[in-house]
Design a protein around this ligand. Structure first.
Ligand code: FES
Ligand code: FES
Length: 170
């Protein structure tokens, strides 16, 4: 099968790769960019393990060809932590025991990071609806919900404190 050159921007770095037109974004991220944090489970859009952000939107990377993402900014789970400092959602997953084998975890993290970036006020049943798009075979979901709700509460508290401070300063 013929391969074709492609520049893929992942986590702010341009990767020069050569891939078939039919190679998925998930496989290209893992095999050509060496970023194996993105997991591949069902390979047909059901489990969500392969979720990455494409221009800020959660996307199932097993359903997208790498060549379709040539002009997009892609973010994977490797981009969440800053050095040794974990993303607030990663910390919440640890504190709430929201993972066991961890296979589904990168997909859940990118799904929820994308959801919070699209709508910082998201909460309640809307969060549950979003979480229901990904599958976990270990946790029974309750601790994932707890972790995500704790982050939603923290974000809301931070926003409320900022508003109160702004009012006090004015
Ligand atoms: Fe992509 Fe399951 S591997 S949705
Ligand atoms: Fe094992 Fe979710 S923690 S599949």
């Amino acid at each position: 099968m013929d391969t074709f050159p492609l520049e893929l921007r992942v986590n702010g770095t341009v990767h020069h790769v050569e891939v078939e037109h039919r190679k998925t974004l998930a496989d290209t991220i893992r095999e050509n960019c060496g970023l194996t944090g993105t997991h591949v489970g069902c390979e047909h859009g059901v489990c969500g393990a392969c979720t990455v952000l494409v221009d800020g939107q959660p996307v199932r990377s097993c359903l997208m060809f790498a060549h379709q993402a040539a002009n997009n900014d892609i973010r994977t789970v490797e981009a969440l932590a800053q050095g040794n400092t974990l993303h607030i959602l990663q910390t919440a997953f640890i504190e709430n025991h929201a993972l066991q084998c961890g296979f589904c975890t990168p997909g859940f993290l990118m799904l929820i990071v994308g959801a919070f970036e699209c709508d910082p006020d998201i909460a309640g049943n809307e969060l549950i609806d979003i979480l229901s798009s990904n599958l976990c075979r270990c946790t029974g979901y309750q601790n994932i919900v707890k972790a995500v709700r704790s982050v939603a509460d923290d974000l809301a508290a931070t926003r409320a404190a900022r508003t109160a401070n702004a009012r006090a300063d004015s």
